[in-house]
Design a protein. Structure first.
Length: 134
C-alpha cells in the first residue's frame, strides 16, 4: 500500500529523501536546547485549570526558532494552547493544568528538516516556577 509520502518507507513506492530515518545522511543541523524555564500563570495565580509557560532557549545553525515545531508531553491533562517564537527563544503555553502533583515533562523542538532536540529528566512541581539547564 502506498502511503503517498516521499520518505521511502515500506508503505511508499516513491523516491526517498535520504533522511536519517532512511539510513541516509542527516539533512541540516539539529536544534540545541540551552535551557528551559517555566512559570505559572502570568498574573501569579495558580490552581486547577491555570496555565504554565515554558520558555526554551534554543539554537539551530540553519533554522531560526520561529520555524521550530514545539511539543511538551508528560504534563497530565494540560493542553498546548499557544507557541510563540523569536530568534532564539520558543515560548510554549499550556493551559488547563491541574497543578496537583509533580510532573516530569519532555520538551521537544523539531526543525523543518525533521531534526529534533528533546530534553527530559526535570521536575515541574505544582504552582512553582523553575529552570533546567541540560
Amino acid at each position: 500500500v502506498d502511503g503517498g509520502g516521499l520518505d521511502a518507507s515500506p508503505d511508499d513506492g516513491g523516491p526517498g529523501d535520504a533522511g536519517p530515518e532512511d539510513g541516509g545522511p542527516q539533512v541540516g543541523e539539529s536544534p540545541v536546547i540551552a535551557n528551559i524555564a517555566w512559570t505559572v500563570a502570568q498574573d501569579g495565580s495558580c490552581g486547577p485549570g491555570s496555565g504554565v509557560l515554558f520558555s526554551v532557549v534554543v539554537s539551530d545553525p540553519d533554522t531560526i526558532a520561529f520555524f521550530l515545531e514545539a511539543s511538551v508531553t508528560g504534563m497530565g491533562s494540560c493542553f498546548l494552547s499557544d507557541v510563540d517564537s523569536a530568534t532564539d527563544m520558543v515560548d510554549i503555553t499550556l493551559s488547563n493544568c491541574p497543578h496537583d502533583q509533580n510532573y516530569t515533562p519532555t520538551v521537544t523542538l523539531t526543525d523543518p528538516e525533521g531534526n529534533s532536540a528533546t530534553v527530559s529528566g526535570f521536575t515541574v512541581m505544582p504552582c512553582s516556577n523553575g529552570a533546567y539547564f541540560p
